[in-house]
Design a protein around this ligand. Sequence first.
Ligand code: CTP
Length: 405
Amino acid sequence: MDLSPALAGKYITVGVTGGIAVFKVAQLVSNLKARGADLHVIMTRSAQEFVRPLTFQVLSGRPVYTGLFEHSSHYNVLHVDVATQSDLVVVVPATANVLGKVAGGIADDLLTTVIMAAACPVLFCPAMNVNMYNNPVVRRNIDDLRGLGYHFVEPGVGRLACGAQGRGRLADLEVILENITRLATPAGNLRGLTVMVTAGPTIEPIDPVRYLTNRSTGKMGYAVAEAAAGKGAKVILISGPSVLTPPRGVDIVRVETALQMFNVVMERFPETDIVVKTAAVADYRPKDVARQKIKKKGDTLSLEFTRNPDILAELGRNKTRQILVGFAAETEDLERNARQKVVRKNMDFLVANDVTQSGAGFGADTNIVKFVFPDGTIKPLPLMDKLTLAHRILDNALLLFNKKG
Ligand code: CTP
């Protein structure tokens, strides 16, 4: 079974209902986890009669949701929270009961409420007794749901848990996994698009032996380049000095100063569809670079600085079809500053990083960020590794790119 991280960064909600096939879902959840999915399991009351939530809690690495009125983070309503964050809701096994409820517009528990509120694809994997599956009411419900755009994985044929023979056993896990991957990653396909990523710090020379720089390592930008290449994009990685190895297959352009970065970015911009600007660009450079090494003299030394061009703002002024994603490292007033910045620089969204939080910022392998949109909307993301975040950023950028049309 292919366990490559094809689902890295994907928020997948697994709705488990009460059928004997629940025991197979434990293996499915484990495989989804191995594929890198960010898993959220909801169990109906009858599902808990078969398997305890603890099983899924351990396999998914997260608490299992069992009730509509549980406490949610960020003071949001739980079912809306889960529904809006999901890239896919998969109901497995899907009993005749849950199909009937959804087809009839009933939302009387957490799972059916999430399904009702979901804006993402919903995939049902039915499993039930053959007579139930062939019952005209169930057939009608499935047809109605298909007609409304719900997705299905047909159950398999064979010996059923109840002893009967026929169609009704849960489809092969491999088939379910493939369907989940296909439905959860439509935005994952960047083939045919060019993504430009800026990464790392810039360095601004003072004299032939000294320069000013910052703590950026390039990890975030290199992760975005890796994720974009993995999704099939043509990738231009414009990197300030970094010890990292560029991902395979990307077009790497190495620069040092903000002015060099500015020139390359502007030159390559017309061929670009999505720009992700993770680079920590120096806002100022020494006004004059001394031709000779500066000798020490008095107790203090003053340097005069001049403004560097703001590359992102310039892209914002010039953008046509491109989606512009900026980064901001803030240490205070994150939301207010980010909301202003996203508008001022004409970005499509901003990835705002509170670098004072542990697990965030320079050199870390993880980030805790918020997506900030020009209309003021803020989407907080949980702590995640930089590659997962890179996938999220690109999925969001592609969604906006497609919307822009
Ligand atoms: N950026 C840029 N060119 C610059 C400075 C920054 O393209 N000369 C880009 C960065 O790559 C990043 C974004 O702008 O994507 C935000 O940078 P930041 O320094 O946080 O924002 P500023 O607008 O410079 O705001 P402030 O100085 O108030 O922090």
